[in-house]
Every structure is written in C-alpha cells, then in structure tokens.
Write a protein that binds this ligand. Structure first.
Ligand SMILES: *[C@@H]1O[C@H](CO)[C@@H](O)[C@H](O)[C@H]1NC(C)=O
Ligand SMILES: *[C@@H]1O[C@H](CO)[C@@H](O)[C@H](O)[C@H]1NC(C)=O
Ligand SMILES: *[C@@H]1O[C@H](CO)[C@@H](O)[C@H](O)[C@H]1NC(C)=O
Ligand SMILES: *[C@@H]1O[C@H](CO)[C@@H](O)[C@H](O)[C@H]1NC(C)=O
Ligand SMILES: *[C@@H]1O[C@H](CO)[C@@H](O)[C@H](O)[C@H]1NC(C)=O
Ligand SMILES: *[C@@H]1O[C@H](CO)[C@@H](O)[C@H](O)[C@H]1NC(C)=O
Length: 401
C-alpha cells in the first residue's frame, strides 16, 4: 500500500499528531457556519492546525477502503492554509504552512510517488506560481515554473506516462473584439498549456486556445471587459488537460462549454464534444453533450471513456447563484472517438442537490468507488436563505489515495 510511506514519515515529523476533536455527522450547524467558518483543532505535540470535518453520511464502504484524502482548504477562515492529508477518519496525517495551495495530489514520476501541488499568486481566476513535487520524505524534489516567459497557472499539473509535466498557462493578448460589440483593439485573456521535461525544465510543446478557436464560440459575454490589459476578456478559461496514450491532448474549456481533442503534432483540433460546434452524436438524448462550465475532464478505460465534473451552473457574474442555475453532476461518458459517438454511462448527482458555480472534480478509485468534489462557496449560504455568507470554506480539491 503506497500510502504507508507517507504515514510513517508523518509520525516521525510530528511526533504522533493524533486528533482529539470529534468530527461531525450531518451537522446543520456546521453547514450554516454556526460552528465557525472553518471548524479546526489544535494539537499539544505540534503547532499545526487541523480540520474538523462534517461527514454527511457514514459509510463502512469508505472506511473499509482506508486510504488518505488530500485537501487544500484555503478560504479566509483558514488561519494556516497549506496542503493537508487526512486519514479515513478525518485525522490529520500531514500538513505544512505553505500558504494557499491548489490541486494537491499524488502522482508517479519515474516510478516513484510524489505529492504535487501549486503555490503562488492568485490573479483574477488564474495564477502565476510554481508547481511543487515532494518526494516520499516530504522533501522538495522539484519546483516547476512556466517556460518561455509564461507563468505556471494553478488549474492543472499532470505528470504524464512519458514522465513529462503538463500545466496550464494564461496570458493577455491583443484581439479584435468588435464582432462581439467590444473594441477592435481589445484584450483577450488567452490560455493554453505547456508540456515540459521535468529534469531539464525544457519546453516540449506549447498550445494556445486563440490559435485554434474563434471568439464567437464563447458563451461567456464581454460584460464590459476586454477594454484594457488589466481587464482582459477571459473567453476560453482552460481548466484541465489530459494526455491520451496516443500523445494527443484532451482540453476542457469552461467558457466554451466544450472538451476538445488536440493533435500533438501541430495543435489542431481533432474533435469537439459539447459547445457551439459539438461534433458528437449523443446517444443519451443530449445528456452526454449538454455539459456546461465543466471541470476535470479525464480519459478513462484507455481512452474509451471520459469522466468530468459538469458544473451545469455558473451563477450571476460567477460569484453568486442565479435563478436558473442547474444542479451539478459527476459524469462518466462512453466515447467512441473514431465514430464520434457519446453516451452517458453514469451521472452522479449529490443527494443534497449541490449547485457548484465553479470548480469541482471526479476521481475514479481503484476499488471502483468515485470521489466527487465541488465548491459550494456562497451558494451554500444562499440556499440557507442568508444574505451574507457566514461560512466560506473556500475551494476544495480532494484526492484520495
Ligand atoms: C520558480 O519561481 C520562483 C518564484 O519566482 C523562484 O523562487 C524559483 O527559484 C523558481 N524555480 C525554478 C526551479 O526556476
Ligand atoms: C509572475 O510573477 C513573478 C514574480 O512575482 C514575476 O516576476 C513574473 O513577471 C510574473 N510572470 C508573468 C508572466 O506575469
Ligand atoms: C495529427 O496531425 C498529423 C499531421 O497533420 C496527421 O498525420 C495525423 O493523422 C493527425 N492525427 C489525428 C488523430 O487526426
Ligand atoms: C443535461 O441532460 C441531462 C439528461 O437529460 C439532464 O438531467 C440535465 O439536467 C441536463 N443539464 C442541463 C444543464 O440542462
Ligand atoms: C453582474 O454584472 C453586471 C454587469 O457588469 C452588473 O450590472 C450587475 O450588477 C452584476 N450583478 C451582480 C449580482 O453582481
Ligand atoms: C440551466 O439549464 C437550462 C436548460 O439546459 C439552460 O437553458 C440554462 O441556461 C441553464 N442555466 C445556467 C445558469 O447555465
């Protein structure tokens, strides 16, 4: 069991940090924020601060699997943010005060496990920072920055089967926005990804959305942006990249409501699933291609399927719930990428009808369970009928190992 290495070292490092606080089960007070913005616990043996969790449902199926959960709480109520590992009972196994982290997960590089996460400067909806790779002794083995003068963004960091790293990048470019009612000398917040050689930190491949898509494919309107560099129009919003065994890439665009398969030779588009120019026949009466504002698109089953988190909701100006917001779901799609046919294998709906206006993920575990995360943000409180959010857990990206 590969998590044992992490656990043993955590014991040495923190002299057995063992939680005393009871976790909660389906506590409404926890959910409304009456127990504080981020219920937490302190330890006698260590200055670190750990979470107190609220389990909505007890399930021996989850316990019997064991394993650790990776979380990155980073809301305003978290006094000492950083990557955190908790065990199957919610007890803290490891954390370090790195500041607000994103995207903590375990990935394999050259046959070894690494903890990877992003730390850096959060800009409006994207980031300029570094991806960390910690070895099984929690040592910083690699730090990865953008190449070509570009900044490494927080949305994606993927170590491929070829032992290369892929991450997303954002940049401002000039563009003619007059066809959409904007200025002809306007500004786009363009985005794409880089693939690099981890050892040499040299660039292997770079791709930009504006080279291959047109701006009229965006569902996100200008809303007054695009007039200057500081307010560049976020039109595409790449939020995940995966690499197919053939070497081609799967890209998710939040604001085009589509997934695209990108040819690794020259970056051209092989197919699009969803969005204004969907190319797939939908065998589920539209349910396989009506994805919107989605995140975390991954190939499964050797390329015969795709999983994603279908936010299905965007909110008002992406910051609060909108009246027609739809309920989010985890989605498992069977795809025939030769015949361009898609079918819903399974939709995973939350029993609480969660509406996630941004972020979220779906992970397929080895035991065939799924871990699905979503970010509630202000929505949680709006549903509880409150004018001002009391509880701001921030965003959680969870990975289970
Ligand atoms: C990456 O960027 C950070 C922040 O600018 C810098 O401190 C660090 O030295 C850089 N790391 C590498 C490996 O270039
Ligand atoms: C990212 O941040 C670093 C350090 O703050 C800065 O030097 C660099 O110019 C920024 N990169 C981009 C592309 O904005
Ligand atoms: C990718 O592009 C190359 C070069 O144009 C082409 O030979 C190949 O067939 C393309 N791959 C796919 C899957 O379309
Ligand atoms: C997409 O289609 C599925 C299946 O018909 C449906 O349950 C879901 O509500 C639809 N999503 C949206 C946003 O309309
Ligand atoms: C949403 O944006 C529009 C245009 O910028 C603005 O008029 C409106 O007040 C905003 N609504 C909310 C709820 O922030
Ligand atoms: C919810 O789904 C309906 C039907 O698909 C769609 O018309 C509406 O725009 C969706 N709402 C949002 C906020 O995406």
């Amino acid at each position: 069991m590969r998590s044992i290495g992490f656990f043993v070292l955590a014991l040495i490092q923190f002299n057995l940090v063992s939680a005393d606080a009871e976790h909660f089960y389906a506590s409404p007070a926890y959910e409304t924020g009456d127990l504080g913005g981020w219920p937490q616990q302190l330890y006698k043996s260590s200055p670190v601060i750990g979470p107190v969790l609220n389990y909505m449902q007890k399930s021996e199926q989850c316990y019997s699997h064991g394993g650790y959960t990776m979380i990155t709480p980073r809301g305003n109520s978290v006094p000492m943010p950083g990557p955190m590992i908790v065990d199957d009972r919610g007890n803290l196994v490891w954390t370090k005060n790195y500041g607000r982290a994103y995207d903590l997960k375990v990935q394999q590089y050259r046959g070894e496990d690494y903890l990877t996460f992003w730390i850096g400067k959060e800009i409006d909806g994207y980031g300029n920072g570094s991806h960390y790779m910690l070895d099984s002794s929690y040592r910083e083995a690699y730090m990865i920055n953008g190449s070509n003068g570009q900044a490494a963004d927080f949305h994606e960091f993927r170590i491929t089967n070829d032992d290369t790293a892929i991450f997303t990048v954002y940049r401002v470019v000039q563009a003619d926005l007059s066809s959409l009612g904007g200025p002809n000398k306007g500004y786009l917040l363009d985005c794409g990804f880089q693939e690099i050689d981890v050892e040499a930190q040299s660039l292997l491949f770079e791709w930009w959305a504006s080279d291959h898509f047109t701006i009229d494919e965006a569902y996100q309107s200008l809303q007054g942006s695009g007039t200057n560099e500081e307010m560049a129009w976020d039109w595409f919003h790449i939020n995940s990249v995966d690499k197919h065994p053939s070497g081609n890439y799967l890209v998710s665009s939040r604001f085009l409501k589509c997934l695209a398969y990108i040819n690794a030779t020259a970056g051209d588009i092989i197919w699009k699933l969803g969005g204004k120019h969907n190319m797939f026949t939908d065998l589920s009466d539209g349910g396989a291609t009506n994805i919107s504002w989605q995140h975390d698109a991954r190939f499964q089953d050797n390329g015969a399927a795709i999983t994603l988190f279908d936010n299905a909701a965007r909110g008002i100006n992406s910051s609060a719930a909108a009246p027609d917001d739809n309920i989010s779901r985890g989605l498992y799609l069977d795809v025939d990428v030769e015949e361009l046919v898609a079918k819903v294998r399974h939709s995973y709906w939350s029993s609480q009808g969660i509406i996630s206006i941004s972020q979220g993920s779906i992970q397929v575990l080895e035991n065939e369970n799924r871990v699905i995360t979503s970010s509630l943000k202000e929505i949680k409180c709006m549903l509880a009928g409150m004018a001002q959010p009391k509880s701001r857990p921030g965003s959680w990206k969870v990975q289970k190992i």
